[in-house]
Write a protein that binds this ligand. Structure first.
Ligand SMILES: NC(=O)c1ccc[n+]([C@@H]2O[C@H](COP(=O)([O-])OP(=O)(O)OC[C@H]3O[C@@H](n4cnc5c(N)ncnc54)[C@H](OP(=O)(O)O)[C@@H]3O)[C@@H](O)[C@H]2O)c1
Length: 281
């Protein structure tokens, strides 16, 4: 019998990819504001993961062996949901002996001491990073057997992700658009990352793990390469810029060290170039 996998945030960017690729599992996804979704062989449950009763009913019905908790990102505008949903799922999964994989982010760091390994101390500098750091701490205290996976920017190569859509839209306007050359990340192809998480779901690992792309890229390099990938010529209004010029407060270098994951997982971590070669082959 296939293990039962519950993916929270089943209509989200990562959740959808996970559910589409979870062929080795009996998979269920959660929906919140999304009215309906259809993925072959996948069941969906509508619930608010901030509500204890909703979480109890969900787990009673699905009886998962594994939960991959992707729901509650920075997109909904409700940062409180990040900690409350993580706390409820951590508590309920511990009580029911369900293996929990909780999704976190490179934004728990301040960007001044990269590369960041699992042993690096979190030091967030904005509310989203703060909420994700609190969620990590809650998960660790309520369910010490949970795995906490930090990742970097997720991009897609089959259809443009949210940020790439905005960049492509910018090529159709004359409004200036700066891509930072001093903001470094370890971006990873969402399909490659989903495969890593699904492999991780077959292992009983606990604690922190960094899973991100093997190559640090700045925002300018990433944006230019994704525009090229989607066949959209860059326009003169899109220019390299710096965080300092923008006046924004952002972590400058969030490069993640994923060497532990590279040793633990058979799934290789692909650079953008290698991922593009796979897609266009
Ligand atoms: N995307 C990235 O580049 C990136 C980078 C680093 C880390 N991460 C982490 O990876 C995870 C997934 O990110 P993502 O980009 O896939 O997120 P996303 O596309 O914004 O999806 C988040 C999902 O959470 C659901 N949700 C929000 N509030 C909820 C609630 N109260 N109860 C139940 N569900 C709720 C939403 O469901 P509905 O749509 O149905 O309302 C949404 O589909 C997050 O933990 C994020 O912090 C993402």
């Amino acid at each position: 019998m296939k293990p039962r996998l519950l993916v929270t945030g089943g209509a989200g960017f990562l959740g959808k990819h996970l559910l589409q690729r979870a062929l080795e599992f009996t998979a269920t996804g959660t929906l919140h504001r999304t009215a309906a979704m259809a993925i072959p062989s996948v069941m969906f449950h509508v619930c608010d993961l901030q509500q204890p009763q909703d979480v109890r009913i969900l787990l009673d019905r699905v009886k998962p062996d594994i939960i991959i908790h992707t729901a509650c990102s920075d997109q909904s505008g409700d940062l409180a949901a990040i900690t409350s949903a993580a706390g409820l799922l951590a508590q309920q999964s511990a009580e029911r002996h369900i293996h929990l994989i909780h999704l976190s982010t490179d934004q728990v760091f301040d960007g001044t001491a990269a590369p960041y390994a699992e042993a690096s101390a979190p030091c967030p500098i904005h509310p989203y990073g703060e909420a994700k750091t609190q969620a990590e701490a809650l998960v660790r205290s309520l369910n010490p057997d949970a795995a906490i996976v930090r990742t970097s920017l997720l991009y897609d190569l089959h259809s443009p992700d949210r940020q790439t859509i905005r960049l492509i839209e910018a090529t159709a306007s004359i409004a200036p658009c700066a891509l930072f050359i001093d903001e470094w990340r370890s971006p990873i192809w969402v399909e490659n990352f989903a495969d890593c998480l699904l492999e991780l779901a077959t292992k009983d690992l606990s604690g922190l793990l960094h899973i991100a792309g093997p190559q640090a890229l700045n925002r300018w390099e990433l944006g230019m390469e994704l525009l090229e990938h989607f066949g959209t010529p860059a326009t003169p209004n899109i220019q390299p810029g710096t965080i300092q010029e923008s006046g924004l407060i952002r972590p400058p270098n969030l490069t993640l060290d994923s060497s532990c994951a590279q040793h633990l997982l058979h799934t290789p971590l692909l650079s953008l170039r290698t991922a593009r070669e796979q897609v266009t082959r």
